[in-house]
Each structure stands twice: as C-alpha cells, then as structure tokens.
Design a protein around this ligand. Structure first.
Ligand code: ADP
Length: 401
C-alpha cells in the first residue's frame, strides 16, 4: 500500500512516497526549474536492502506534465514504485481552500472547479497546485486523488476573529477575511504535542509557531484553531524572511502618493523586499544570527524585531485562549534557532512561562522539551512534517470514502 504526496509549485514539483499504515517514507524528490532548459531533478530513496540512495538528473523538463513523467521514471528506476497500480492514493497540497473546504476532500470535477474559483485569492499558488492535480489525474486516472488545503485547519476560527473591521459587504460579496496558511503544519505539530504530552488534544490549549521563510502563529483551543496570524494572504502577521507582516495600512497610501508607487511596486516591496531582508539585507536566519553574534547592528535589529513581534503574538494568543498548556516551535527557524526561541520567550516569565537555556541549546532530531521546571506551560520544539500529514489525511479520506 503506497501513497504519493505531490506539492506542485509554479516551477517546481516536490513529492514523497509513503508506504504502509505507519506511512514510512520510501522516497522523496524534487524537480526544480521546470520550464528552463536545464531542470534539476533529484530523488532520495531507500532501496530494497534498506540503504539510503540518491538519483540525480539534469535535463530539460518543459512543463508539469513532463515533470510527472520524470518523477514516475525516477520512482520506477529506483525500484520504489515499479507500477502505479501499487498506489492507493495521491495526496495534493492545495494552498487555498477558501470557505469552501474545511477538510481534505476526494478530488472530482466539482472540486477542481471550486479550487479554480479560488484563484483570485491565491493567484500564484492555486494555478500551480491545479496543474499538478490535472496532470496526476490524467497520469493515474484510476487512483483516488485527495486535496489537502493549507487553509482548512483555520476554518474553525470564529467570525469575530476572522473578520476585518471593513464594510461587511466586502466579506459578503468578495469574501475578504482572514483565512490563514500553514494549516497542515500547525495541525500536525499540535497533534504531535498532544501525543508527546500524553494528553488528549481536545483537552489542550496550544500555541503553534511555524517559523520558516514564511512564518505564522496559531492559537488552538481543544484541538480547534481559534486564531492565526496570516490573513487574506500570507503577508499578514509575523516578521518574515522578505515579508513585512503587520503594518499600518496607511503606509501604503503614503508611499503610493509620496513615492508614486503603483500596486505592483507596493506588492513587491511588502512581499519581497521587506521583513528581515528589508532591515538587514539578509533573509536567512542562520546568516543573520551569526552576524548579530558578531555585533552587526542591522542584523541585531532584524533579529530583535522578529522576536519582539513573535512575543507579542504569543502574549495575544495566551489572552485569546485564556491560558496555554503548550507552545510549539517549528519550521526551519523554530526547529533550529535557539536564539530566536530564547528572545521570543524572554519576558514571558510574568505569565509563568520560562525557558531552560541549557535545554534550549540542545540540538536533536526528535521532539525537544525546553521549559524550565517551574514553567506553567510546556515549551516544545517539534520538527514539522507536512508531507506526512498530507499522506495521513489522504489515507483517512480514502478509508472513509
Ligand atoms: P520554508 O518556509 O521555505 O519551508 P524552512 O522551514 O526550511 O523554510 O525555514 C527556512 C529558514 O530556517 C531560513 O531562514 C533558515 O535560515 C532557517 N534555518 C535553517 N537552519 C537554521 C539554523 N541551524 N539556525 C537558524 N536558522 C536556521
């Protein structure tokens, strides 16, 4: 029994092949620069004797159709998927499910039309996700395909938290509201936290912090998300690699008028030239913390701003939840940056939260517990695994249909 997970981006295709009820990883791969003369494809897999191996290819992959062919070819060559009939299902990551999708769904023509209708809300992501879905449905037409949405986990957020204080007609007519993203990751690490703490998820108040190039926080009460920091788009909320996160919207009017910037220029400014990069010229947290450690002023400032914003969200979500049992750090920064975890928890002692600096400096692959013995809540570092979660949800949908 094998499940294939596809994450189709505008010029890339990420995939992972899982096996069995425990969903062990058989292979994972990435095809990049689709559409370029020289695309790079690579596959890491476990061969029949349990050894980890790698296949690499560099060839022209014109479009997603060809990318799926290259993927199928590499999976066959490695021996992990000789025949597509071994698949019980294919799970697709879909970024925007709008208000239409609260859960993962088996894909049919109606679902495709609904994902298409959401393109205006995710003009970069949904078309790429759809491309992957269409090609996979042609390639393995008889295998059930499931869409797993980044937004679905956040559909439990109540109205008073998802609405913007704008004329209500904008919500009614154009669905302007908070949707939130990274839902698969927030949901996965919350479940892992409950398992680790050996308590039912339904009994816990959890704050999850997904800190990668994009970053978001979520407040989860009794297993249901009640608020999240990203909004209509992934621009709102925390300071990110190149995105500003929260700001006074009037800055846009000011820059538009004073600097004569049009909408596209403002979009680029806020999404690509702001955040950590805007402050210190770098968006990689490794480089920034290293430079900050060596006294670079702008890097120190960028780090301080990142952590300050994070701390404000932690405080706000403790208030929204009415208390917290556990805070989870995940994503490339959350999992690896001890300094970010330390600075963002500094000052929360008044709320009963304290971090143990020695534990915080331990590096390990498994779940790491970093709170001090007197902390009122657990502080956990949990590696995220969005592909596993997509595979798990895909299997669940298939088993229930
Ligand atoms: P994406 O959102 O693209 O999936 P990731 O979750 O991989 O991103 O996170 C990327 C971020 O994680 C980068 O800012 C990178 O610098 C940071 N990161 C990765 N390893 C470390 C580390 N050892 N220390 C600090 N930051 C790290």
């Amino acid at each position: 029994m094998k499940i294939l997970v596809l994450n189709s981006g505008s010029s890339s295709l990420k995939f992972q092949l899982f096996m069995g009820r425990d969903l062990s990883v058989l292979a994972s791969g990435l095809i990049e620069q689709i559409g370029n003369v020289q695309s790079a494809a690579q596959l890491s897999f476990v061969d029949s004797s349990g050894l980890e191996k790698e296949l690499k290819r560099s060839e022209s992959v014109a479009d997603h159709r060809e990318a799926i062919m290259v993927m199928a070819d590499m999976l066959r060559e490695s021996g992990v998927l000789v025949d597509t009939s071994e698949l019980v299902g294919v799970g697709h990551r879909v970024v925007h499910g709008g208000e239409a999708f609260h859960q993962p769904v088996r894909i049919d023509e109606t679902v495709i039309v609904a994902i298409e209708a959401l393109i205006p809300l995710a003009p970069l992501h949904n078309p790429a996700n759809l491309m992957g879905i269409r090609v996979a449905m042609e390639h393995v037409a008889n295998i059930p395909q499931v869409a797993v949405f980044d937004t679905a986990f956040h559909q439990s957020i109540p109205e008073h938290a998802y609405l913007y204080a704008l004329p209500y007609a904008l919500y009614e007519e154009q669905k302007i509201r908070r949707y939130g993203f990274h839902g698969t990751s927030h949901s996965y690490v919350a479940q892992q936290a409950a398992l680790y703490l050996d308590r039912p998820l339904e009994d816990l108040h959890i704050i999850t912090l997904h800190l990668g190039n994009g970053a978001s926080a979520a407040a989860i009460r009794n297993g249901k998300c009640i608020d999240t920091s990203m909004g209509l788009t992934p621009l709102e909320g925390l300071v990110m690699g190149t995105r500003s996160g929260d700001l006074d919207p009037a800055i846009l009017f000011y820059l538009g008028r004073e600097n004569d910037l049009d909408m596209d220029a403002l979009d680029t400014l806020l999404n690509k030239e702001s955040g950590l990069k805007g402050i210190c010229g770098e968006n990689d947290m490794r480089t920034i913390s290293e430079a900050a450690g060596q006294g670079d002023k702008q890097s120190r400032l960028a780090l301080a701003m990142f952590c300050y914003r994070l701390k404000k969200y932690i405080g706000a979500y403790i208030a929204a939840l009415g208390g917290v049992d556990c805070i989870v750090f995940t994503g490339g920064i959350g999992e690896n940056s001890a300094i970010v975890r330390q600075l963002s928890c500094q000052g929360l002692e008044w709320l009963g939260l304290s971090l143990d600096e020695d534990k915080n400096n331990i590096r390990q692959q498994e779940i790491l517990e970093i709170q001090a013995p007197d902390s009122r809540a657990s502080l956990l570092v949990i590696p995220t695994d969005e592909e596993y979660e997509i595979a798990r949800q895909t299997l669940q949908v298939i088993n229930n249909s």
